[in-house]
Design a protein around this ligand. Sequence first.
Ligand SMILES: C[S@@+](CC[C@H](N)C(=O)[O-])C[C@H]1O[C@@H](n2cnc3c(N)ncnc32)[C@H](O)[C@@H]1O
Length: 219
Amino acid sequence: MGRGTAAIDAHVAFWATARRPIDQIVLLGAGFDARAARLAQAGRRFFEVDHPASQSEKRRRIARLTGYPVDAAKYVPCDFEKTDFLDELAMCGFDRSAPALVIWEGVVSYLSEPAIRATLRRIAAGCHPSTMLLFDHLLKPRAKDNFVDASERFFGSLGETVLFRTNDILPLLYEEGFRHVRATSFDEACLTLTGTYDRARQFRFQRLVLASRTPTEAP
Ligand SMILES: C[S@@+](CC[C@H](N)C(=O)[O-])C[C@H]1O[C@@H](n2cnc3c(N)ncnc32)[C@H](O)[C@@H]1O
């Protein structure tokens, strides 16, 4: 499982056939995520919100890929540090009065806490109350913990700076308006999905978090 991708895909699949299906999927910081193409379904709309530089690079690349369904998503350029993503989304056809599944995978580590808070606040207060947010975040590194130290090695090798880590996301989510929060370690997600628990695998220094304002029937 790469960075919780399989666990997030399971949520997308669940909400396709749920009692009250969700037909708006928002990918915040979509990067080269290909969910809109992989999980396309009639009646479902995908929105890819991303930094303008990353998004234009993705669009340039997928335009050259034979058979890639470039129209599978609406593309919404936005810098979370500077711009209100929800206003941008609404201008691209997102229906704020309907529930959505908002996915924020592999992104919050690169953002300042004020930008994370502003985005959370807009999801909690500006979207339909049944909207759900699914995101991952890094834990703080701990001395003598090989699995957590792996995160520092990994980001160091990419030359990337980590701006945000936390061992307790609950206060932040509560303060920005969420009332139902479920955090799962990547070890737990791996066990559920694969039936195995292999400590040698990478990327076990994160948590996957499901947050909403109202109770959810999510799996
Ligand atoms: C590691 S990639 C994750 C991409 C994808 N979600 C995935 O899991 O494969 C980080 C993404 O965060 C986006 N990002 C980082 N800082 C951003 C910002 N200030 N505003 C908008 N997007 C940002 C980048 O453009 C990039 O697409």
